[in-house]
Design a protein around this ligand. Structure first.
Ligand SMILES: Cc1cc2nc3c(=O)[nH]c(=O)nc-3n(C[C@H](O)[C@H](O)[C@H](O)COP(=O)(O)O)c2cc1C
Length: 219
């Protein structure tokens, strides 16, 4: 009997329409700038035949980590809330798109609740239970200064690496106070192309431009 990882590898090698891409949006604006970018990436992936699903974190019941640390041994969080569904979704997704607006120079509180609960993916020795799951990070910010939060975005990408995600790209919509994402077809199109790229059936690692040390704002 094949385990989950073997099933996903088998499916990936035998056709294009089987990659599962998961969008997580940490904005209270259900159809705001962040959601539009995340959706554009998912739509691009769907054009390649990927299965897409999206959750708005602000609409879910996600409690704060209560520091019982029971998850470290078992890998299972004991808090019975909507994170239980998200743990499953994250584990079975081939790629994740995580988006947040910048609030007070950082990710939103809704996004941080999720991040804290991802501690369940860490083993007692702090290595990850995740196998370098592909992730695209999306930020949107009112400020038109693209570099204003660059250190914070890099820091966040570093945190996600630590948690076991392979952060392939960080995309930023800057200056949304003056021009919303919906008025930038070029930006939406680039996000869509990114979705196609991440879901390409035979995407080899070097084809994807990593952004460990440099961010690629696609404004
Ligand atoms: C409470 C709050 C705090 C914010 N803080 C910042 C900030 O520190 N820097 C910034 O550039 N924009 C800030 N913004 C603006 C949002 O980041 C920006 O409008 C973003 O595009 C909203 O994304 P959304 O449409 O997906 O909700 C803030 C907005 C709110 C409501």
């Amino acid at each position: 009997m094949l385990n989950l990882s073997e099933i996903l590898t088998f499916k990936r090698l035998n056709g294009g329409s089987n990659i599962k891409i998961l969008g997580l949006v940490g904005s209270p604006n259900i159809n705001g700038n962040t959601a539009k970018l995340v959706n554009a990436i998912l739509d691009g992936a769907a054009e390649n035949g990927s299965e897409k699903s999206i959750y708005n974190l602000a609409s879910l019941n996600i409690k704060g980590c209560d520091a019982c640390l029971k998850c470290q041994e078992s890998g299972c969080c004991l808090i019975n809330d909507d994170m239980q569904e998200l743990y499953q979704e994250i584990q079975t997704a081939d790629a994740i798109v995580l988006g947040s607006p910048v609030y007070m120079w950082q990710m939103t509180a809704q996004t941080k609740l999720l991040i804290d609960r991802l501690t369940a993916f860490l083993k007692p020795n702090f290595s990850s239970r995740l196998d370098n799951k592909k992730l695209i990070l999306v930020f949107s910010q009112g400020s038109s200064d693209r570099d204003a939060f660059k250190p914070y975005f890099e820091y966040t990408a570093g945190l996600l690496y630590y948690l076991g995600f392979d952060v392939l790209e960080t995309i930023i919509a800057a200056g949304t106070d003056k021009l919303e994402v919906s008025s930038r077809p070029g930006l939406i199109e680039k996000a869509r192309e990114l979705g196609k790229l991440i879901s390409a059936p035979h995407m080899s690692e070097p084809e994807f431009r990593r952004t460990e040390s440099s961010l690629t704002p696609i404004l």
